[in-house]
Design a protein around this ligand. Structure first.
Ligand SMILES: [Zn+2]
Length: 312
């Protein structure tokens, strides 16, 4: 779920990518997260997997260069199952991003996880059905998406190469350093987060039935959303640190006793909390380790495997 809100007039662009390292931290979330920055540059990025959800917006927070990508597009035109997750993560990496924060709206699966709860999950269950969730499918990498792709997203080096079939560990889907930074940031803003829990990601765009929701809750899972996957695994495949920050906007159908969740309700709660979620995100950015100082397992996600392709 992304928040609404137009970028301020300080936004420049769009411009072509000319530098290889424009940012080292990525935030995949709505325009509500970058629209209050003073100086934002809008750029378009081409990838071998087609277009990302929107332009990428570059800004600075606490001396760190941050790339913001509106997950659903700035006008929220993309439903969760139509998002080009591969293009989104590839585009961020091609800009130099190595650590990604993925805020999203979720439903609570326990009565104590009511609207306004911030939960930083440590586990994930994939219940999506029809999403491509790997770069390593043995298919040749598509060529440049457009004639100007030679200047974007790392050039043409990916064209015609064939990625090997590789199987990566995904036992712990989230970056431990990113989770620590997010939890510390939330506590610093007097927003006591839930430390850990399982995010179950459903295909959508519909919400769960009561039976599905009760089943999810009975498994001991914590929150349910539609966008946290395959974002997390694609980040892992690109050796990116990925941290999910989930904001509960409603109790899911199996955990509440009313008429079930409505889209309006979700948007309203998200809008009420987007300000403090932005504060927590910015503090998290400031607390993340320098890219060159990362010592988490994400850095060596491939464990020396031959990928067959060069990552951007
Ligand atoms: Zn990491």
């Amino acid at each position: 779920m992304s928040a609404t809100g137009a970028p301020r007039s300080g936004v420049r662009g769009p411009a072509k990518v000319t530098a290889m390292a424009d940012a080292d931290i990525g935030v995949i979330g709505g325009s509500g997260f970058y629209s209050f920055l003073d100086d934002v540059t809008e750029i378009t990025v081409a990838t071998p997997y087609g277009r990302p959800s929107d332009s990428v917006f570059l800004g600075e927070i606490a001396g760190r260069q941050v790339a913001f990508l509106p997950r659903h597009g700035r006008d929220h035109r993309l439903p969760p199952h139509r998002i080009n997750y591969r293009a989104n993560l590839w585009a961020l990496r091609s800009l130099g991003v190595r650590q990604v924060l993925g805020p999203c709206a979720v439903g609570g699966l326990r009565p104590e996880y009511g609207p306004g709860t911030l939960l930083v999950p440590d586990q994930l269950v994939d219940r999506t059905k029809a999403r491509v969730q790997t770069y390593f499918d043995g298919e040749p990498l598509p060529g440049p998406a457009s004639s100007d792709a030679t200047e974007s997203g790392g050039g043409t080096k990916w064209s015609g190469r064939v990625p090997n079939v590789v199987h990566l560990s995904f036992a712990d889907p989230y970056c431990p350093a990113g989770r620590r930074a997010a939890l510390t940031a939330a506590r610093g803003r007097d927003w006591e987060p839930v430390d850990g829990g399982t995010l179950v990601v459903i295909e959508g765009p519909r919400f769960s039935t009561r039976a599905e929701s009760r089943w999810h809750a009975a498994q001991g899972w914590s929150v349910v959303g539609m966008t946290g996957h395959p974002e997390a695994v694609l980040a892992r495949e690109l050796s990116l640190c990925y941290t999910s920050l989930t904001l509960v906007t409603d109790l899911d159908a199996g955990a509440e006793t009313g008429d079930g969740v409505s889209h309006e309700e979700v948007l309203e709660v998200f809008a009420q909390n987007v300000g403090r979620l932005r504060e927590v995100l910015f503090d998290t950015v400031a607390a993340l380790p320098e890219t060159t100082a990362r010592d988490c397992p994400c850095v060596d996600a491939h464990g020396g495997l031959d990928l067959g392709i060069e990552l951007p």
